[in-house]
Design a binder for this molecule. Structure first.
Ligand code: CTP
Length: 398
């Protein structure tokens, strides 16, 4: 769990005291923990206890009434790698199911992009009530993971189902979830991303509109699947993803040099950069001055990095390319697949709305060596990254 960011949401149930042990399990395992409590939860366990154990301030309110400090109602949901709501009362489960956003825990839940786990805890009749059962089942159908309540003696003195699962069981469910999804654990991945800049003089260059978003989304997805990821990145203005090595380069020649250095030890290489095919034959060392004459820049071809790596690719190494085409798309992409000795090529057509440079979305087709073509819908670049990684894993299993 090292480095994993866990938000623990505590709602108002007597089992809240057990969540102290849950927080300790995550901290012992190297996770970073932030705790959200509802007002009712504070009646059962103090924020001081939870802040001390989690090593972070506990958040309850949208703002601090004493100094007006504002707690963003969405930040934690976006920060988390997992959100664990334990104990989850009947009231909170109902609000989660119906999207009610009347406290910080619920607004964080509604903005969370990560897997959500919940551990119901309540009296047996409340637990068995069809309304509660429907809420639990709806949340499971939404993709959330329920660590179901245990049977035993309840706080009311009654005996039955409704007792929150033990902290260790909740912790192990979250841990197993991450472990199971570490399908690229032990694999080294190299990704090229962004444009290249080819210098004309100290202040001018030949470049292109690549934003690097697709390459960085691929890197993030590989990291989430447990791979050790290196991006060789042209100049982009996206923030560097945590837990990924980013090597900044400018020109096609620098990108080639770094790729040749890292490629021999990588298992999977994804060539996503929009590399310049031509570079000025000479870069002036001083700024070129304006004259009345026409201006010509002599260009010489750059090396095709993907093709160079394709030549030295060994058994067991995988090389994936991209093709951005405006016409004769499939024919051109199929040609590049062979020429560069790729395992498959991801085709973007500039004729598709929302695909290609600069967008947050992409629409791809994947062309395989056996002439098979898979077409995908328009999706966010994060979802496209998942589709591409799924195809890589399918080929690796063959
Ligand atoms: N590529 C590369 N080095 C280059 C040019 C391209 O590694 N000098 C890689 C790209 O990262 C991409 C694939 O090759 O994965 C195809 O790039 P693309 O620009 O579509 O193809 P080119 O081979 O450059 O052909 P053209 O520009 O003529 O379409």
């Amino acid at each position: 769990m090292k480095g994993k960011k866990i938000v623990i949401g505590i709602t108002g149930g007597i089992a809240a005291y057990k969540t102290a042990y849950l927080v300790r399990e995550f901290i012992k395992a190297g996770a970073e923990v932030k705790v959200l409590m509802t007002q009712a939860a504070k009646e059962f366990i103090t924020p001081l206890t939870m802040a001390t154990l989690s090593k972070n301030p506990v958040l309850t309110d949208f703002f601090n009434p004493e100094n007006g400090d504002w707690n963003s109602h969405v930040d934690l949901g976006l920060w988390a790698d997992a959100m664990v709501i334990a104990p989850a009362t009947a009231n909170t489960l109902a609000k989660m199911n119906y999207g009610i956003a009347d406290n910080l825990l619920l607004t964080s839940y509604l903005s969370a992009k990560c897997p959500v786990f919940f551990a119901p805890a309540m009296d047996l009749d409340m637990y068995q009530h069809p309304a509660t059962q429907k809420n639990i089942n709806d949340l499971i159908a939404r993709g959330h993971i329920c660590i179901d309540a245990d049977s035993g003696e309840l706080a009311s003195g009654l005996i039955g189902k409704g007792r929150m699962a033990e902290p260790l069981q909740i912790f192990n469910t979250v841990k197993d979830y991450f472990y199971k999804n570490q399908s690229l654990k032990g694999k080294k991945v190299l990704i090229t991303a962004g444009p290249t800049y080819e210098s004309i003089d100290p202040v001018r260059f030949i470049g292109n509109y690549s934003s690097g978003k697709m390459g960085y989304a691929l890197a993030e997805e590989c990291k989430n699947r447990g791979a050790e990821v290196t991006i060789v990145s042209g100049p982009v203005s996206i923030s560097k993803p945590e837990g990924v090595r980013v090597i900044d380069v400018k020109s096609a020649a620098e990108m080639l040099e770094l790729c040749l250095q890292y490629f021999p030890e990588t298992d999977i290489t994804i060539m996503n950069a929009a590399v310049a095919d031509y570079t000025p034959a000479y870069a002036a060392d001083k700024k070129i001055k304006r004259t009345k004459d026409d201006m010509f820049i002599e260009l010489k071809p750059t090396k095709d990095i993907a093709a160079e790596l394709g030549k030295i690719k060994k058994n067991g190494q995988m090389l994936i390319g991209f093709a951005l085409e405006t016409d004769d798309e499939e024919k051109n992409a199929a040609g590049k697949l062979i020429k560069k000795n790729l395992d498959f090529i991801v085709l973007n057509s500039l004729q598709d709305k929302g695909a290609g440079f600069g967008h947050d979305t992409n629409k791809i087709s994947i062309l395989f060596k056996d002439n098979n073509i898979k077409k995908f819908e328009l999706k966010t670049k994060q979802e496209v990254a998942k589709d591409i990684l799924n195809e890589i894993e399918l080929i690796a299993q063959k």
